[in-house]
Write a protein that binds this ligand. Structure first.
Ligand code: NAD
Length: 352
């Protein structure tokens, strides 16, 4: 029997190749006049272009966003926003830059206009994370959900294949876990299956044809669906495990998701039949775990934790850390089985 609760997130989403043109109109709609533009140091050029388009509505640029939002970076950016008297943040970049915007919004309630340039999906979620003393703490707060999101596929054309591929697999991971979420509902399941289908079809083109706007638009559409899934329902073993590996062993975010995903799908395969059927459907009938592994291989993304710098000697501890606190997963999380999963992921074995 159907039994569910559905809450949609109240963001405004504008999706179009060239949608950056609409930035001024979207600022107007937000009622914002002094934007602090955020970026990583590497994307300073994009931030300058955004500031140029904002004209007198740009209060300044803060280009020091880095992975996992260190507290010192968040505090420095908050001080800049205050000093410039900013009334909104425009975050142009991936999850790291949007995460910095969320850290500012958390204490100031400044609205965020997000312009995502990867496929990570943070722009569609009320989830924030801040790292202090080596520990990343995450939480949910409605204040950090971007008010407006401009998806412009032209901005993803500059993504190098080595970032684009794992970033797309990170998005697929949100869709996969949404399908067997404890609070899954018919709408997110539709979005999740479509997200996997469109990302699996487009990523091989995205990583080989840098100027294929249609493929980039498909992948970004999949990223939007994936982010909406992540924002709407709870995640499970895969996200907990990647959080542990990233936080405790400093492994790169999207690449860790890419390596671990097929192994978690294999782990859960007999405990989530409907989810597995939908994943297989989205992969044109392929085995869910093997199909995701083959996709990662096809787009030349990492396949083994050992290639990400993980030491084999740390796997026992990682299995212990990941089973320390209980959390929902369709199959109970047992330390010995998880240790085997980690071994397989470390070696980069094809599941099944
Ligand atoms: P990222 O934001 O760290 O970007 C990776 C690199 O790619 C950076 O150097 C960036 O400057 C560069 N880059 C981004 N877009 C580019 C483009 N179009 N062209 C050229 N270079 C580009 O990577 P990410 O994977 O998007 O984000 C990872 C972070 O986001 C992690 O900290 C993760 O925990 C967080 N995240 C949070 C959520 C959430 O809901 N809160 C969701 C997903 C990810």
């Amino acid at each position: 029997m159907r039994d569910f609760v559905y809450n949609s997130q109240p963001s405004r989403v504008v999706f179009r190749a060239g949608a950056l043109d609409q930035l001024g109109a979207e600022m107007e709609r937000l009622g914002a006049h002094r934007a602090l533009v955020l970026s990583t140091p590497e994307q300073r050029g994009s931030a300058e272009e955004v500031a140029r388009r904002l004209g007198s509505r740009s209060a300044g640029i803060y280009d020091r966003a880095v992975m996992h939002v260190p507290l010192e970076t968040a505090d420095a950016a908050r001080a800049v926003a205050r000093d410039l008297n900013a009334d909104c943040c425009v975050a142009v970049g991936g999850g790291s830059t949007i995460g910095l915007g969320k850290a500012i919004a958390l204490t100031s309630e400044l609205p965020i206009l997000a312009i995502p340039t990867t496929f990570a999906g943070s722009e569609m979620t009320p989830i924030y994370g801040i790292t202090a003393q080596g520990q990343k703490k995450t939480g949910r707060d409605a204040r950090v959900l971007p008010k407006t999101v401009i998806y412009d596929p032209l901005l993803t054309l500059s993504l190098p294949a080595r970032i684009a591929g794992p970033s797309g697999m990170n998005a697929i991971a949100h869709c996969v876990e949404a399908l067997y979420a404890q609070d899954a509902n018919p709408i997110t399941s539709l979005m999740a299956e479509e997200g996997i289908r469109v990302l699996a079809a487009s990523l091989p083109l995205v990583v080989t044809e840098a100027d294929n706007v249609e493929a980039h638009a498909d992948a970004l559409y999949g990223a939007w669906l994936a982010g909406a899934c992540l924002g709407n329902v709870g995640m499970a073993l895969h996200h907990k495990l990647c959080h542990t590996l990233g936080g405790s062993y400093n492994l790169p975010h999207a690449e860790t998701h890419t390596v671990v995903l097929p192994h978690v799908v294999q782990y859960n395969r007999d405990a989530a039949h409907e989810a597995m059927a939908r994943i297989s459907n989205a992969l044109h009938g392929a085995d869910p775990a093997g199909g995701l592994y083959d996709l990662a291989r096809a787009i030349d993304a990492p396949l083994a934790l050992k290639d990400l710098g993980m030491k084999e000697g740390a796997l026992d501890e990682a299995a212990r850390l990941a089973t320390q606190n209980p959390y929902y997963n369709p199959r109970p999380v047992e330390q010995a089985a998880l240790r085997q999963l980690l071994q397989n992921a470390w070696e980069g074995k094809r599941p099944g």
